[in-house]
Design a protein. Structure first.
Ligand code: KIV
Ligand code: ZN
Length: 500
């Protein structure tokens, strides 16, 4: 069975999602998780694009063992040198150079004729080969490029030493039959193509990124580029979990395997969502909250009789716990630790103490504590952001005919700071009070709330995006009290910014 190389670009194309921004520590955390997930290649960033990106690619290269660590570069010396300088720390490294080859991009963006584009591509790949054995080349907007020109570019860059040729559907324009045909035609028309691996990189503008990637695999692609939760530029990239599970569930059609540890899928999805601040839509395939829920009576009846009636895979296959109700207020520390272990969390003693305290407080308010509740509180406790401001307590007044107001007390190191404010609503009043304490002016860009489980006593999880000065960041907080969850999310975001 041929192994398909999974090239994860969550930290590069994924981070280009509108609204996503990860701290360096956050990127490192995601990279560790991608290594656990079994990604073969991690594209850690675009080093020349900013000093922050350079540092995070370097951090990942220095620390993450297992996968090949890759950095993106244009066909320019300064880009290639920046990638060289931060990737030199990686045990296994790759550079990914790209240059547009479609008529539209060459005419309007590059303003360069075909011959010049071929020369730049060849020079870029040759220069990259001075520092890297492993060089990937992408003819950007390949799916809209003239076929004959595309074949020529590919042949030339392979002659110059490219070891992987990535075919991007940059604007998500392709249709599966057509895209599969493109890969087949490259195999048939580029004389030296067997000297390189063919890769594909599909965007989801028409909702076809996964279908196009699978069509490419069937037609000879040996690598797929994808992201966790399908995040990425505009409508996103092909989703890693959907590609991996399609290949696995439909073994009868795909004689391929991947090295992905499927049981790490749901954890990876939660982590990426938490750290980027991009929620996963409930009906998202594989990792959405409803992906394994059966609402209709007929379906429930069928699943109870035999799960295969309506389930093509089991939630446990992708790392969701099989059990439902787990713990209550009488559960002890030992049971708590064991349950967390089963959910894939291994906590240090101090972290376990804090998480157990949170669990007890939650169990006091909520009779039944579910695995999802446990995951939410543990992930919050494990957040790598040191807490500059910590919520001590708050009080809000709100009603139909009164102006909402809030009084908030925060702890900063050993000091207790307090402020009172009015607002448009109780959350706004709390945020304004926090702004007074922290001496900042936060602008709320995005706010969403979801219940972690069902029931009136469910934990509410708030995800926000805020802007303070020129910095934008996300925050998340969970509580059975949605005002408290909102405050925690705001503090989580502010703690990231004041740390920057
Ligand atoms: O979508 C695209 O074309 C890209 C390239 C840099 C591969 O992201
Ligand atoms: Zn892309």
């Amino acid at each position: 069975m041929e192994k398909i190389i999974i090239f994860d670009t969550t930290l590069r194309d994924g981070e280009q999602s509108p609204g996503a921004s990860l701290t360096k520590q956050g990127k490192l955390e995601v990279a560790y998780q991608l290594a656990k997930l079994g990604a073969d290649v991690i594209e850690a960033g675009f080093p020349i694009s900013s000093p922050g990106d350079f540092d995070s690619v370097k951090l990942v290269a220095q620390n993450v063992k297992g996968p090949v660590i890759c950095g993106l570069a244009r066909c320019m010396k300064k880009d290639i040198e920046a990638a060289r300088d931060c990737l030199k720390y990686a045990k296994k490294r790759r550079i990914h150079v790209f240059l547009a080859t479609s008529k539209i991009h060459m005419k309007y963006k590059l303003k360069k004729p075909e011959e010049e584009v071929i020369r730049l591509a060849v020079e870029g790949v040759s220069y990259a080969r001075r520092f890297f054995d492993n060089v990937e080349f992408s003819p950007e907007d390949a799916s809209r490029s003239e076929r004959e020109f595309l074949y020529r570019v590919i042949e030339e860059v392979i002659l110059s030493g490219a070891t992987t040729i990535n075919i991007p559907d940059t604007v998500g324009y392709a249709i599966p039959d057509e895209f599969g045909g493109l890969i087949r035609s490259i195999k048939d028309n580029v004389p030296n193509i067997n000297k390189a691996v063919i890769s594909v990189h599909c965007h989801n503008d028409l909702g076809l990124a996964v279908a196009n990637s699978l069509a490419a695999v069937k037609n000879g692609a040996g690598q797929v580029e994808c992201t966790v939760n399908g995040i990425g530029e505009r409508a996103g990239n092909a989703s890693l979990e959907e590609i991996v599970m399609a290949i696995s569930v439909r073994k009868d059609l795909f004689d391929f395997s991947t090295g992905i540890n499927k049981k790490e899928i749901s954890k990876s999805s939660r982590l990426v969502s938490k750290l980027t601040g991009i929620p996963v839509q409930p009906n998202k395939a594989i990792v959405g909250q409803n992906a394994f829920s059966h609402e209709s009576g007929i379906h429930q009846d069928g699943v109870l009789k035999k799960s295969i009636t309506y389930e093509i895979m089991r939630p446990q296959d992708v790392g969701f716990s099989g059990s439902n109700l787990v713990m209550g207020k009488h559960s002890g520390r030992h049971a708590f630790r064991e349950r967390l272990k089963a959910l894939g969390f291994s906590l240090k003693e101090a972290e376990l103490d804090k998480a157990f305290e949170r669990f007890k407080a939650l169990a006091d308010k909520k009779k039944e504590v579910f695995d999802e509740d446990l995951a939410a509180i543990v992930e919050e406790e494990l957040a790598l952001i040191p807490e500059m401001y910590h919520l001590e307590d708050f009080r809000v007044t709100s009603g139909t005919n009164i102006k909402p107001s809030a009084s908030v007390r925060l702890k900063k190191e050993k000091r207790i700071l307090e402020a009172v404010s009015e607002g448009d609503g109780p959350v706004d009043a709390c945020y304004k009070a926090i702004d007074k304490i922290a001496g900042i002016k936060g602008r709320l860009i995005d706010y969403s709330i979801r219940s972690v489980t069902s029931g009136k006593d469910a934990l509410g999880e708030v995800s926000i995006r805020i802007e303070v000065g020129k910095s934008q960041t996300s925050g998340r907080g969970a509580s059975t009290d949605i005002i408290e969850a909102s405050i925690k999310a705001y503090l989580n975001a502010i703690n990231k910014i004041v740390k920057l």
